[in-house]
Structures are given as structure tokens and as C-alpha cells.
Design a protein around this ligand. Structure first.
Ligand code: MG
Ligand code: ZN
Length: 394
């Protein structure tokens, strides 16, 4: 073959199958960096190599957002039902976690949240306790002990498994009144969620936890007195807003507080942070999971888009602040949800393999200082380990 022709064929094949790897010597034998001369200026031809950023940037604040039951299909369905856009696309770092619990490849939300809150794999149903039912210290408690303001926001009741696992210690997730009483054992600065009845109309005792909170410098408001748009938390006090008597409604039936709460909570905690130590905030979109349990694709999608709008509010704070790490993940996938053939952009045909959770790997999205620690594949407990390390709680 003519040399010119074979060169041409070689170049064309590069276009289609990719060029052969560059000779390794350019990677291996790069000359060592020379030290700058003591006097004089660098030669005009010196290559401009940016200095490596070796500063270990640590976040001051950490906001962990949990979409309960939010697997890849839930995210996909939300995105394709929202004009092919989600705020989740703005995250530069993405990883995957292994969600299994200590006693089941398929975790529940209690064991899943305890892995995030305390860094232990425990049994399904466990709230802030280890496999032997002993309390394990949580990131919220470590933050409180270090003098950081803390907050919990949830679209379930605030004593439900996910938020409960950050503040309570109980051998069983459904002991709601016991879990509510654990809110009095910390100084949590802010909490927003349902479950008023477990605080002020208790069946197991005559305590009124709303009054007890008020006696401890909490401003406590609720959905009957005030709409979320009307609340005016006073930064000189801790703040609780109870959004439902038991479980809040689905978004599609009128629940509207998650996005305004996500817009308000970071600024509130930042203003509470008078010692400039940072804050910890957990925000949960609880009902993506309930849409999965109900095998209801529309329920999943509306909850997913609302959760993503809450993410947008948190990113607005984090981008302006510059010292806030935002981590978004889920405890597990729910429903074995899949997007079927025949689906169109804006018209998702979802199908389900289960009315319970599945054991899929779960995405983790990170933004801000320290985000780089959340790439790769890791155990769900690594979320706690990294938060603890980044806060320097040792
Ligand atoms: Mg939950
Ligand atoms: Zn569930």
C-alpha cells in the first residue's frame, strides 16, 4: 500500500476507534520541577503550570439532604418530567454508596439513616442504636457538643425514622412518643416536620413536650396557627414548626413547606452561629419513598421535583456562602422502579418490581469544600465518617 494512503487510513481509523495511547515516557519521565532562581525573573518561555491546590479545604457548614427512596430511576423520572432539568445536575462530584444494613441486604430507613447519622451498620428498625441496641453518638449530637447550631427538616413527621435517627436512640422506629421525648435531650436549634400529636397529645404519659420546649427557650409554632410563609423565627430562640398532627400530606395534595423551609433554615442556623463555628442541617424529602411504596409514578415524580427545588434553595445559600458542603443522597431505592419502553420526555411510564425497598447502589452528590471526598463507591457509613472528619470532631 502507498505510504500516503496508509497514513490516511490510519488517521481515519483514529477518528472512529480512537488513537493509540500516547507513549508512556511523556507521562513517566517528565522533568522534575526546577526551583525558581533566587534572583531575576523566570524566562519568558517558562510554561505556566498552576500551583497545585494543596490546601485541605474544610467546610464550615454541612447540609445533608436525604431523598428517602430516591434511586437513579426516581431522579431520572423527576428530571424528564421537569423539562429535562434538575438542580442535581449542578453537583460536580458524584459517588455511589452501598446501602445494606447489618441484618438485611435491603435496608429500611431507620438503619439507613443511622448509618449516615452515626456511622454504624445496624439492624432494620434501629433508631440511633447499634446492633446490640446501645445508643451510638450522632453527627447532630457531636455538632451540638462542639457548639454548632443544628437543624432537622422533614416532610414526614419529625419523629419518623430518618430525622429520628439523628437525634433519638430507640430500639424500635415506631416508638414515636419515646422518640419525641428525645428531642428534649439535645439543644437542636431548629426542627420542622409533622407529628405534633407525639409532642402535645401523648398517650403514654401526661407530658406536654411543646410546653417543655417553650420552657427551654424554644419558639414553637404549628400549621394550625401559621402558614409556612408567615413564620418569623426569632434567632435569639430555638425554633420548632410542627407541620401536621401526624404525617404531612403529599405535595400533590397541598403540602408546601419543604422549599420555603429549605430557603429559611440555612440562614437561620448561620445567624444562630454567633461563634462562627459552622452548623449542621439535615433536610429530608420523605415521601419519594411513599410514592414508591404506593407504586405510584406520579407521586414519586411530584415529590422528586419538590425535593430538587429544595436542593436549589440550599445551593443558592451554599454558592453565596462558599464555606458550606452540601451532600445529597438517599437511604435506599423504593419500588424497584423503572422507566418503561414507550415513555417520552415529560410522559413517564413507570413500572415496579416491589412495594418495598431494593438493595441498589445509591447515588451521592456533593458540592462545596470537601466535596471531593464523596466520589467513588463506598459504604453508606462513610457519609458519617467523612462529615465527622471534615468537621474535625475527633
Ligand atoms: Mg424517611
Ligand atoms: Zn420506605
Amino acid at each position: 500500500m502507498d505510504k500516503k494512503v496508509s497514513l490516511l487510513i490510519f488517521c481515519f481509523s483514529c477518528l472512529f476507534i480512537g488513537c493509540p495511547p500516547a507513549p508512556t515516557d511523556t507521562l513517566e519521565t517528565a522533568p522534575p520541577a526546577t526551583t525558581a532562581p533566587v534572583t531575576g525573573t523566570a524566562p519568558a518561555t517558562a510554561p505556566e503550570i498552576p500551583a497545585p491546590d494543596n490546601r485541605q479545604r474544610r467546610p464550615k457548614n454541612i447540609i445533608l439532604m436525604i431523598g428517602d427512596g430516591m434511586g437513579i430511576s426516581q431522579i431520572t423520572a423527576g428530571m424528564y418530567s421537569n423539562g429535562n432539568r434538575l438542580n442535581l445536575e449542578r453537583f460536580p462530584v458524584i459517588g455511589l454508596h452501598k446501602s445494606y444494613s447489618s441484618d438485611n441486604l435491603v435496608t429500611d430507613s431507620a438503619a439507613g439513616a443511622t448509618a449516615f447519622s452515626a456511622g454504624v451498620k445496624t439492624y432494620n428498625g434501629a433508631i440511633g442504636v447499634s446492633r446490640d441496641t446501645l445508643p451510638v453518638v450522632t453527627i447532630l449530637e457531636l455538632a451540638e457538643a462542639a457548639g454548632l447550631p443544628t437543624g432537622l427538616v422533614s416532610t414526614s413527621s419529625i419523629v419518623h425514622a430518618t430525622p429520628a435517627s439523628f437525634i433519638a436512640h430507640n430500639r424500635y422506629r415506631k416508638n414515636y412518643e419515646e422518640i419525641a421525648a428525645d428531642f428534649l435531650k439535645t439543644e437542636v436549634d431548629l426542627f420542622i416536620g409533622g407529628g405534633a400529636r407525639y409532642f402535645n397529645r401523648r398517650e403514654s404519659d401526661t407530658r406536654n413536650l411543646v410546653r417543655e420546649l417553650q420552657a427551654r427557650n424554644y419558639l414553637v409554632e404549628n400549621f394550625v396557627e401559621k402558614d409556612i410563609q408567615e413564620i418569623r423565627p426569632d434567632v435569639s430562640k430555638n425554633y420548632a414548626y410542627l407541620t401536621a398532627d401526624s404525617e404531612p400530606l403529599p405535595f400533590a395534595q397541598g403540602r408546601d413547606y419543604l422549599v420555603p423551609a429549605a430557603a429559611m433554615a440555612p440562614g437561620f442556623l448561620d445567624r444562630r452561629d454567633t461563634k462562627n463555628r459552622g452548623f449542621f442541617l439535615m433536610i429530608e424529602g420523605s415521601q419519594i419513598d411513599w410514592g414508591g411504596h404506593a407504586n405510584n409514578s406520579d407521586y414519586i415524580i411530584s415529590e422528586m421535583i419538590e425535593f430538587d427545588n429544595a436542593i436549589g434553595e440550599v445551593l443558592r445559600f451554599a454558592a453565596a456562602d462558599g464555606e458550606t458542603l452540601v451532600i445529597i443522597t438517599a437511604d435506599h431505592e423504593t419500588g424497584g422502579y423503572a422507566i418503561q419502553s414507550g415513555s417520552k420526555m415529560g410522559e413517564i411510564d413507570g413500572a415496579f418490581t416491589s412495594d418495598y425497598h431494593t438493595a441498589d447502589l445509591i447515588p451521592v452528590f456533593a458540592y462545596g469544600p470537601g466535596a471531593e471526598h464523596f466520589s467513588g463507591i463506598f459504604e453508606n457509613t462513610a457519609i458519617f465518617d467523612q462529615m465527622k472528619k471534615l468537621f474535625a470532631f475527633d
